[in-house]
Design a protein around this ligand. Structure first.
Ligand SMILES: NC(=O)c1ccc[n+]([C@@H]2O[C@H](COP(=O)([O-])OP(=O)(O)OC[C@H]3O[C@@H](n4cnc5c(N)ncnc54)[C@H](O)[C@@H]3O)[C@@H](O)[C@H]2O)c1
Ligand SMILES: [Zn+2]
Length: 369
């Protein structure tokens, strides 16, 4: 029996997340949406198409009215309005109507882009998330945020739009390259740090199985992460308040990501941002020194960085201040009171942020000392 979670809004079920070890159950899950009478378009990227599109199509092909696949080049550079326009054109060519359905098969880029197309094509068509990266399974496929980048501005254009279903094939995580995989682990550790100390301990205790990508451990890890995301997004579906705690590690993390021109993985930047935020939490008397060092050092065995060279801390600070998570001229900073408990703090000063950035900055002078 597969495991499932239900995401609710105002105490009403909105969509289910199902956890499977293959794509076999996809057609049965979709039968609840009368796909026999619908056209289906699987939207994916060039890489995931080669890995999983045939398998997904073989499960669905005799169960719906028509099935087509649209693939765009993989990578963040495709997450833009040109791709959205190309997908609209493809759907129009194939005479997709209001009642038809889109399936997002891939990582966060595919999910965010497809979700935005679904939100806007004919003023909204049904869509299903089939996330295949760890980041997409534990984060981007849950919560209904969709959108694309605009010029150099990330996620500038978008909509809150809920999927009908999130179908997770946990086994798909086995084909991720190591860097991509561990980048997702940073988000998993984030849930432990902000929401649940027992889960954080579990991650550390399960280190060996996580490295091995043991399927049962992966399933538990993804399911638990989604449970924490569920708690937060159900309380605050459109990010008016508490949802901000999901940005732990992301304020400085995003600044580093931009500064390094997206050469580092998102999760690597989140790890660095988390170390800086934990340091600030210590400096502000929320964490003890021991707690800070433990949090910092625990990223290392998961192949995540805790220091970075060749940066200009002043520029990172400026980029941090220009991030969109601002309240007036105050940065909405997420700090830790202890492992498992995050707080929103609007009193963090520029000097305190600068000290946090310096803490993770590994300059060449450090070698000479
Ligand atoms: N909507 C949200 O709430 C939310 C939250 C967090 C992040 N995001 C967005 O998610 C995006 C990043 O997502 P991502 O990290 O999944 O990146 P991605 O979608 O670019 O995928 C990363 C790479 O992995 C490949 N890939 C995907 N699945 C694979 C598999 N099973 N095996 C091997 N390779 C596979 C892809 O082809 C791609 O090359 C960003 O654009 C970010 O803004 C959105
Ligand atoms: Zn993130």
């Amino acid at each position: 029996m597969s495991q499932r979670l239900t995401i609710n809004q105002n105490n009403k079920p909105i969509y289910d997340i199902v956890y499977e070890h293959d794509f076999e159950e996809l057609a049965n899950e979709l039968a609840a949406f009368d796909i026999a009478d619908k056209k289906l378009c699987v939207i994916t990227d060039s890489k995931v198409k080669g890995l999983y599109a045939d398998e997904v199509c073989s499960v669905l092909k005799d169960r719906c009215k028509m099935l087509v696949v649209y693939a765009f080049a993989d990578g963040e550079q495709s997450k833009n309005l040109d791709t959205v326009k190309d997908i609209y054109a493809f759907l129009i060519e194939n005479k997709f109507e209001r009642n038809d359905m889109l399936l997002a098969l891939g990582g966060g880029v595919v999910g965010d882009t497809t979700g935005f197309v679904a939100a806007t094509y004919l003023r909204g068509v049904d869509f299903v998330q089939i996330p295949t990266t760890l980041l997409a399974q534990v984060d981007s496929s849950v919560g209904g945020k969709t959108g694309v980048d605009f010029d150099q501005y990330k996620n500038m254009v978008g909509a809150f739009y809920m999927p009908k279903l999130v179908y997770m094939n946990i086994a798909a995580l086995k084909t991720l390259d190591d860097r991509q995989y561990y980048s997702g682990i940073a988000e998993v550790m984030k849930y432990g740090l902000i929401k649940n100390a027992n889960f954080y301990e579990w991650i550390i205790d399960s280190m060996y199985e996580i490295h091995e990508r043991d399927i049962e451990t992966l399933e538990e890890m993804v399911l638990k992460s989604c449970t924490y995301k569920k708690i937060v997004v159900e309380k605050d579906p459109t990010e008016k308040g508490e949802r901000a705690i999901l940005n732990f590690g992301h304020t400085i993390g995003h600044a580093i990501e931009k500064y390094k021109n997206f050469e580092l993985m998102h999760g690597e930047c989140v790890a660095l941002g988390s170390v800086a935020a934990a340091y600030i939490s210590w400096q502000k008397g929320l964490l003890t020194k021991e707690e800070y060092y433990e949090i910092r050092d625990m990223f290392v065995p998961f192949n995540l960085p805790i220091s970075i060279d060749k940066i200009n801390p002043e520029e990172i600070l400026a980029l941090t201040a220009s991030d969109k998570k601002m309240e007036g001229d105050r940065i909405k900073f997420i700090l830790l009171k202890k492992v498992g408990k995050a707080v929103i703090d609007t009193s963090v000063t520029k000097d305190e942020i600068k000290a946090g950035i310096h803490e993770i900055y590994f300059s060449e002078e450090d070698w000479d000392e």
